[in-house]
Write a protein that binds this ligand. Structure first.
Ligand SMILES: Cc1cc2nc3c(=O)[nH]c(=O)nc-3n(C[C@H](O)[C@H](O)[C@H](O)COP(=O)(O)OP(=O)(O)OC[C@H]3O[C@@H](n4cnc5c(N)ncnc54)[C@H](O)[C@@H]3O)c2cc1C
Length: 425
């Protein structure tokens, strides 16, 4: 089911909360707030979320958030369950881990969440032309003249800048061209590979590679490759034009393990900047998800960050805000200061920087860290099992030996499994 068409010109809708951006975060917030009995409007410029390269794999900890937010029934039909992952690392024997994960097409997941939203959400499709904000009342004006009056505006427009700018909020690129994500399909059905899903790591700094992960999505084999390279460099151009040989050269042994390597269709290439919003402490408006900050896809922390924002906003802060008069910046600051949100964002940023440094940093400190991680993994492998036999005790972890031993974290959880944030070893 798609979103409804725009309201009549001149319409004024009065709600408690207006959510702008019906992606993962915005749809989650609108659904939770509506279920709690508040009046909600959900605005997006697209009736259906367009196909875009974003997160394509979820781990067990992500799924727990979907369940806690009541999104699991709507999300489930869009997901392909994955039971195991084979991990290939240079210098250690491959390991098969039990890893309850899910593959998906991002737009299918978002559209499923939109379709499964609870009744009562006033959905509007259109461009936001103006945003008037204040300590008590906010007015969103759409291009067709429709107006939405709300006590709070939630900006969940992801990478889009327009609405944030209307609110006078800037975005700073803290790490420009931090990494490059490549997404593509292999040319054979997923069932023809000798593994269900796979993670394959780079050999060292000269590879400039975090890892490749292969996983099933609706019967096809999808690939996400995370590298620390520029979009315009020769290697990236070669990958676009001749992906299979370029991939085989990057990860020797992959072609043999796959039983041949072919790429179907176009390679999607997405440069990743790490960004933070600036000046977001203002009356009447709160930013969530990628609208607030963006991190690197390699450690797989984005979905957790977005849904943690949704959970903390809807379950911890919003009920109190709506129960008392006013919606000033001082009230909203409690969300940005929320210790769980802050720890989640900080972990995500740390994980993004750590994963890059572990993959590409020269110098003795990182060389020693890589060596230490290799030794820890070899020791773990002595007590583990090789490919062909499942390793027990990893259900829900999906850690997959992501190479993040010793990553500095807030202590609660750490970065990095292949595409799915999980606990560290
Ligand atoms: C290539 C790539 C790979 C990734 N891989 C992973 C991964 O493996 N694991 C992981 O956890 N995370 C990953 N991420 C991060 C994750 O996908 C994002 O953090 C998450 O999707 C952001 O959700 P969101 O709700 O903030 O934004 P989105 O889901 O992007 O939603 C934004 C919405 O706002 C709407 N919008 C934009 N502008 C306007 C406007 N002016 N008016 C109205 N509506 C507007 C859009 O149409 C869209 O519906 C990846 C990101 C990228 C780019």
């Amino acid at each position: 089911m798609s979103m409804q068409p725009p309201g009549a010109t001149g319409e004024t809708l009065r709600v408690d909360v207006a959510v702008i951006g019906a992606g993962l975060g915005g749809t989650a917030v609108a659904s939770v707030v509506a279920r709690a009995g508040y009046g909600v409007a959900l605005v997006d410029s697209h009736a259906l979320h367009p196909p875009e390269f974003r997160a394509e794999k979820l781990g067990g900890d992500h799924w727990a958030l979907f369940e806690r937010l009541g999104l699991a029934p709507a999300a489930r039909p869009a997901l392909t369950p994955i039971q195991s992952i084979d991990i290939h690392r240079p210098g250690t024997r491959p390991v098969r881990r039990r890893a309850p994960e899910y593959g998906f097409v991002y737009s299918d997941l978002v559209n499923a969440l939109r379709a499964g939203r609870p009744p009562g959400i006033a959905v509007r499709v259109g461009r936001v032309d103006a945003l008037e904000t204040g300590p008590a009342r906010q007015v969103v004006t759409l291009a067709d003249g429709a107006r939405i009056e709300a006590r709070l505006v939630v900006i969940a427009t992801g990478l889009g800048d327009a609405v944030r700018r209307l609110a006078g909020i800037a975005r700073t690129e803290t790490h420009k061209a931090h990494s490059l994500s490549l997404g593509f399909f292999l040319d054979r059905p997923a069932a023809t590979y000798p593994f269900e899903s796979l993670a394959w790591y780079g050999r060292g700094p000269s590879d400039r590679t975090a890892y490749l992960t292969l996983f099933p999505v609706s019967g096809a084999m999808r690939a996400n490759l995370f590298v620390y390279r520029a979009a315009g460099e020769a290697w990236t151009r070669a990958f676009r034009t001749d992906p299979a040989p370029t991939l085989a050269a990057l990860l020797p042994g992959l072609e043999r393990v796959c039983g041949g390597l072919g790429v179907a269709g176009r390679v999607q290439v997405r440069p990743i900047d790490l960004t933070l919003s600036e000046g977001h402490q203002c009356d009447g408006v709160v930013l969530i998800g990628d609208a607030f900050c963006t991190t690197c896809p390699a450690p797989g922390v984005g979905v957790r960050r977005v849904l943690t924002d949704a959970e903390r906003l809807c379950r911890v802060h919003l009920p109190g805000w709506l129960a008392t008069p006013g919606m000033g910046a001082d009230k909203i600051a409690a969300f940005y200061d929320d210790p769980v949100k802050r720890a989640c964002d900080a972990d995500a940023i740390r994980a993004s920087l750590f994963a890059r440094a572990m993959a590409v940093e020269p110098g003795p400190v990182w060389a020693v860290r890589r060596l230490r991680n290799g030794l820890v993994r070899r020791a773990a492998a002595l007590f583990g099992q090789g490919v062909g036999r499942h390793e027990g005790g990893m259900v829900g972890a999906g850690m997959a030996g992501a190479g993040m031993v010793g990553a500095p974290t807030s202590g609660e959880s750490g970065p990095a499994s292949p595409g799915c944030h999980t606990r560290m070893l």
